[in-house]
Design a protein around this ligand. Structure first.
Ligand code: FAD
Length: 410
């Protein structure tokens, strides 16, 4: 006797995508979500600024392949095609010369070429770096701000498997709000953390403090960090290959520190990209005044992001303010009204921004994608192939997991 065909663990893009696909195939599904809301890392909130702000994903990457792009068009979302060039580069408080800016763009292209051409046992991205400041600036963009990791923690092979994410779109109403709108028709049991998946019998028995559900199969979309922390136990334990793969996919971190700045644009245009290269990888990128809103959205990534989130919001806002004041002058200080910081490292049910394979371990994604016992399938951004780390990729991964589970159930 089962309560449903499939239990889906997690109501982020992957879990919602899986549930919708299964439902369309006539399967009965129960979605269990630990948090008190759906969306997971897709989360738009108006609490900070009184207007929609994406605490998690914001860019619709790879719009030509992103299933959320047509969704956004149908919803009438206000979208901006954001060309991720770099309009403003600073080394500390010094503005880069036009020659340096051009050199950085050339370094970016050269880095991409070296990654593509790389052959040999060395798998750390740092091996392809030089100490030239313009090369380092290019690496900051590719590493901490993109992969959420410093270059010595990035696998070249893994990086190479990730797709070029152009074209990128930014939305006014929020990517998280879009996912919530799309997922609103899925029945989700929120506030129900799964603590045990028992697959010792014929199907699966999934349980937590909220009760027990019997099903034919389970799709688990929890992040690798949640799994590594053993928030969910498996009985019998997962195969060693899967456990290793979970640990080989540690989370990177990207932290947003948005500042509300009133009555001052500092000569910057909406959607300009500004990067401040600093010593010891304490670099910070700003998306300037998106949609002409009074917001400069700061981003730090990699090890510095973990440090920043541990230091707390006051320290983060102070750091970010000081970087801008160094460049644009002290009058700016009085125009900065308030600031906030995202804190995904402290979100128990995520524990980071997105996964990146450790150097030498890029095979982990395909290992973890293997079904276990023909009734346990993992899904999520970490298993999204070339669209790894993206919200659209997470949804496609959930849909693919649903198709696999359906095939098992017959
Ligand atoms: C700061 C930041 C910026 C980002 N920017 C972008 C961007 O611009 N564009 C982009 O495409 N992507 C971006 N991403 C990545 C994107 O948000 C994720 O790739 C995507 O949302 C992940 O979806 P998912 O379904 O795989 O995981 P999640 O959204 O994490 O969903 C998994 C769900 O499982 C739940 N869960 C975990 N454990 C349990 C349990 N034991 N029981 C029940 N439920 C559980 C969690 O609460 C969560 O809701 C960003 C992420 C962050 C953090």
């Amino acid at each position: 006797m089962t309560d449903c065909d499939v239990v889906v663990i997690g109501a982020g893009a992957a879990g919602l995508g899986a549930a919708k696909r299964l439902r369309a195939e006539g399967r009965s599904v129960i979605v269990l979500e630990a948090m008190d809301r759906i969306g997971g890392r897709a989360w738009t909130s108006s609490d900070w600024f009184g207007l929609p702000f994406d605490i998690g994903c914001a860019w619709l990457h790879a719009a030509d392949r992103n299933p959320f792009f047509p969704e956004a068009e149908a919803a009438g979302w206000t979208m901006h095609h954001h060309h991720m060039g770099l309009e403003h580069l600073y080394f500390g408080g010094r503005k880069a010369t036009p020659e340096e800016l051009a050199a950085m763009e050339a370094a970016d292209a050269e880095l991409a070429r070296r990654i593509e051409a790389h052959d040999g046992p060395e798998d750390r991205l740092s091996a392809l770096m030089t100490e030239d400041p313009t090369v380092r600036a290019a690496a900051t963009f590719a590493g901490p701000m993109d992969f959420g990791k410093d270059d010595d923690e990035i696998s070249i092979q893994d990086f190479r498997q990730a797709a070029d994410l152009d074209p990128n779109y930014f939305t006014l109403e929020g990517f998280g709000a879009l996912v919530a709108r799309w997922g609103a028709d899925v029945q989700v049991r929120t506030g129900c953390p799964v603590r045990l998946v028992d697959w010792s019998g014929q199907g699966v028995v999934v349980s937590g403090d909220w009760g027990t559900i019997r099903a034919g199969a389970v799709i688990c979309t929890a992040s690798p960090a949640v799994l590594a922390f053993e928030e969910i136990r498996f009985n019998p334990p997962l195969p060693v290959s899967h456990v290793e793969a979970i640990f080989d996919l540690p989370m990177g971190l990207l932290t947003k520190i948005p500042l509300r700045i009133e009555g001052e644009r500092m000569g910057l245009n909406p959607f300009d990209d500004l990067l401040i290269e600093r010593f010891a990888r304490h670099d910070i990128y700003f998306l300037c005044f998106p949609f002409d809103l009074d917001l400069m959205v700061g981003f730090v990534g990699g090890d510095f992001a973990w440090e920043m989130e541990a230091a707390g919001v006051d320290a983060a806002v102070d750091f970010t303010t000081n970087r801008l004041v160094e460049i644009f002058g002290s009058d700016l200080r009085g125009k900065i009204r308030d600031g906030h910081m995202t804190n995904w490292s402290a979100e128990r049910w995520v524990r980071g921004a997105y996964a990146a394979a450790s150097p030498g371990r890029s095979g982990a994604r395909s290992v973890l994608a293997q079904p276990v016992g023909e009734r346990l399938v993992f899904a999520g951004e970490h298993l999204a192939g070339p669209l790894m780390q993206t919200c659209g990729g997470a949804r496609l991964s959930g849909e693919a997991a649903a198709a696999r589970v359906s095939a098992f159930l017959g």
